[in-house]
Write a protein that binds this ligand. Structure first.
Ligand code: GLN
Length: 491
């Protein structure tokens, strides 16, 4: 089997046994990229081939001196382009940061480098991670490897497409309201949003700081756990990173069933607007989970219907404040057309930001302005607490929750581009977990008649990633979805 088809664990095993060298691994991936990337456009930047080849050869030489290999050694991983990489441009999919080369690595990137993993490239995203389709990128859209006429989801669409198209073995994404899980579902791969605070966000370009989390996008659930082992942990440079013990997440897989686990099925997630094929696929998955020993129980998350409004108030408010730093003074673009300072600010922001980012800044600024603050921002904060309490109550009677990830399979390019509200509704099932800060994983659970992947979401209690990993893995092993590959032809 071709090297690029292997999961991270399979590739790691071959490397550890000495059956394949770091050089052979990276060569296989660069070849694959040269054959499919022109169609998929998953990357904003592919790392310089000569540099990576030299790095891999050096690693192969050094290897003899190492007593044991590290879990991610020589693994080609792609990084969403809103995560800082020293010496490699980090654009956030925006003209504003088109030429921005960070002087430092994000903590997660540092952790990957310490493993001697290979940073193969930076993946495309909706500008500043605002979107659900990767169409709001200043560098053009990424395409869905399953059907090139369709979106890969977003905002980590480049990461999900790169994993699905075998252009990297695994990738990092960021999730503020669904941006890891939603593209994972669209592209038929696995996406894990860890608990808020589980993974350091130092070096992640801020969108909405009370929601942003970094997490893995991988070929299977095992790989997600392997990566989470490396990413998780307290970081003194991120005050919101939590000081909680980090288990070996792969130990969650000792049990290959969900016996004695209570599975909550929230009624609100199966109502109006849910596509029939998605509903069928998720319902069939629930039966599999029942056969694996789980006990299904209907639950209610009564504030689900206000999650979209709450999220889009809070996220835009935080974004309007976070994005104030792009004024042409310290970072990125500075407009050439100005006579004075004020005009420089205005022109820079006018030229640097795309329409969706401008819309969010305006919405957020409005929500925070005097006279409206109490009515909008403060109210949304209060509702956020109610949403969190819904989950607390549900988790008193069940161990995890099962829902769809997206109301429909991936949509066509351009289909929702002129209708922001329709685009926002693509996140209806992922926003609540972000607002509550709880962990959630999206994995494949079927295909539409058109051949597009369908995803299922497992949501767990805060810092109980192990429970959802165990359940998701048990389901994955009991089904065959992983075996199906995108039909994309090599050039
Ligand atoms: N699609 C959502 C938004 O547009 C979520 C994005 C994200 O999680 N970064 O805000």
């Amino acid at each position: 089997m071709s090297l690029v088809k292997l999961t991270l664990r399979e590739l790691q095993e071959r490397f550890t046994r000495g059956e394949v060298s770091a050089f052979e691994i990276v060569r296989a991936y660069y070849l694959r990229i040269s054959l499919v990337e022109a169609k998929v456009k998953a990357y904003v930047t592919v790392n310089d081939k000569e540099t990576v080849f030299a790095e891999a050869q050096a690693l192969d030489k050094e290897l003899k001196a190492w007593r044991k290999t590290l879990p991610l050694m020589a693994m080609p991983v792609a990084i969403k382009d809103n995560i800082c990489t020293a010496g490699m441009r980090t654009t956030c999919g925006s003209r504003m940061l088109e030429g921005y080369v960070p002087p430092y690595d994000a903590t997660v990137v540092q952790a990957l480098r310490a493993q001697r993993c290979v940073i193969i490239g930076k993946t495309n995203l909706d500008e500043f991670a605002m979107g659900s389709s990767t169409e709001h990128s200043a560098f053009g859209p990424t395409r869905n490897p399953w059907k090139l006429s369709h979106v890969p989801g977003g905002s980590s669409g480049g990461s999900a497409a790169a994993v699905a198209a075998d252009e990297c073995v695994a990738a990092l994404g960021s999730d503020t309201g669904g941006s890891i899980r939603q593209p994972a579902a669209c592209c038929g791969v696995v996406g894990l949003k860890p608990t808020y605070g589980r993974v350091s966000r130092y070096g992640l370009v801020a969108f909405a700081s009370s929601l942003d989390q970094i997490g893995p996008i991988t070929k299977d659930v095992m790989d997600a756990a392997i990566l989470l082992n490396i990413l998780a942990g307290r970081d003194p440079r991120d005050s919101t990173s939590a000081d909680v013990p980090v288990p070996d997440f792969t130990r969650a897989f000792k049990k290959k069933d969900v016996k004695k686990l209570k599975i909550g099925v929230p009624v609100e997630y199966f109502g109006e607007g849910l596509d029939a094929e998605v509903r069928e696929a998720v319902q069939a998955a629930l039966e599999v989970l029942e056969q694996l020993g789980g006990e299904l129980q209907e639950v209610s998350l009564p504030h689900t219907n206000v999650a979209v409004a709450t999220y889009y108030l809070l996220a835009t408010a935080e974004a309007s404040s976070n994005l104030a730093r792009y004024d042409g003074v310290k970072y990125g673009l500075r407009s050439k057309h100005h006579q004075d300072l004020l005009e420089m600010y205005c022109r820079t922001r006018q030229e640097g930001f795309g329409p969706e980012v401008k819309r969010r800044i305006m919405l957020g600024t409005f929500a925070l302005s005097r006279g409206y603050y109490e009515a909008y921002y403060a109210k949304a904060q209060a509702v956020r607490t109610l949403i969190t309490q819904d989950f607390d109550t549900a988790f008193q009677s069940v161990d995890f929750l099962i829902t769809p990830v997206m109301p429909t399979p991936a949509f066509r390019l351009g289909e929702k581009l002129d209708d922001p509200l329709q685009m926002y509704l693509a996140d209806i099932y992922t926003l609540s977990a972000s607002l509550a800060g709880i962990p959630a994983i999206a994995i494949p659970c079927g295909f539409s008649r058109q051949g597009l992947p369908i995803g299922i979401q497992f949501m767990g209690r805060p810092f109980e990633e192990e429970t959802i990993l165990r359940a998701a893995r048990a389901y994955e092993l009991a089904t065959q979805w992983r075996q199906k590959r995108p039909p994309i032809r090599e050039k």
